[in-house]
Ligand binder design. Structure first.
Ligand SMILES: [Zn+2]
Length: 277
């Protein structure tokens, strides 16, 4: 693909439309929305419609889930998560930033393995988001992925069967969208890949990436403790106003860092899988 202003303009208009659509659901802050538009514009300008379509599949499906299950998650948001509610620019970058760098890499070095890595990154963040949004609904409470000890809902590194199924579904959803988009916009590529390969790469790398996300979340992510409420939380200052104390993990590793590391892992897994299949 050539570097053309028209592609960036198209990307800007489509991303703007998507952001407005999502914004009605109140899942992005204003800064988060501007960041999402910038990412979409770059991904379209450098990668084209197939790439942006896959990015949109992540943005739209995860925003829709956040919105649908908002009530169920509200309590967990308030008590537990560092950032509940609308996603800010850092969360958007942690989830989507790497995908625009890969679009730039593909622009400079247009090989299918770049697309595989891109699918791995987005399959991981999508799998993780679906697992978080849907896993909250699980009747049996979460267990820590490393020790299988029962933990509070919303604890990073906590997993449920429902969340794991949702994670695999989220990864396969990215693969399915990529296969459909490729058949429309880049049939030659799909012919080289084969739709089965697209599904397997996205499904496997996204599922494994989201397990890695849980493992990093359970081990090195900062976990705090509120002495007043006697509750574990990711908030430095608890919603009750009490300053929390670091209980485990590193204070330099928050949820955004974990998502970014896991998506790098998912991208690497997909790139390694690509020549094997
Ligand atoms: Zn508290």
């Amino acid at each position: 693909m050539k570097l053309e202003l028209m592609n960036f303009l198209t990307g800007f208009v489509l991303s703007g439309a998507m952001a407005m659509f999502i914004e009605r659901r109140d899942v992005l802050t204003f800064g988060g929305m501007v960041t999402a538009i910038a990412l979409g514009t770059m991904v379209y300008g450098l990668g084209g419609p197939l790439w942006m379509g896959v990015l949109f599949a992540f943005f739209i499906s995860s925003s829709a889930l956040t919105n649908i299950f908002y009530k169920e998650k509200e309590k967990v948001n308030r008590e537990q998560f560092e950032k509940g509610g609308p996603r800010d620019p850092w969360q958007v970058i942690a989830n989507g930033g790497l995908s625009s760098l890969l679009a730039a890499a593909y622009f400079l070095y247009p090989r299918p393995v770049m697309l595989a890595a891109f699918l791995g990154v987005l399959a991981t963040v999508n799998a993780d988001t679906w697992a978080t949004e849907i896993g909250v609904l699980s009747r049996p409470g979460p267990r820590l992925v490393t020790s299988f000890k029962a933990v509070e809902k919303g604890r990073s590194g906590g997993v449920t069967i429902l969340g794991s199924v949702a994670s695999l579904a989220g990864a396969l959803f990215i693969g399915g969208c990529a296969a459909v988009l490729a058949s429309i916009f880049d049939p030659g590529l799909l012919y080289a890949f084969g739709w089965q390969k697209v599904l397997i790469i996205a499904g496997l790398s996204g599922f494994l990436g989201s397990i890695i996300d849980s493992i990093i979340g359970a081990t090195i992510q900062a976990q705090y403790y509120c002495g007043s409420c006697k509750k574990a939380t990711e908030q430095r200052v608890h919603h009750c106003g009490t300053r929390t104390v670091l209980k485990s993990g590193s204070k330099f590793v928050d949820n955004d860092t974990v998502n970014l590391l896991a998506s790098i892992a998912g991208g690497i897994i997909a790139a390694l899988l690509f020549p094997l299949l």
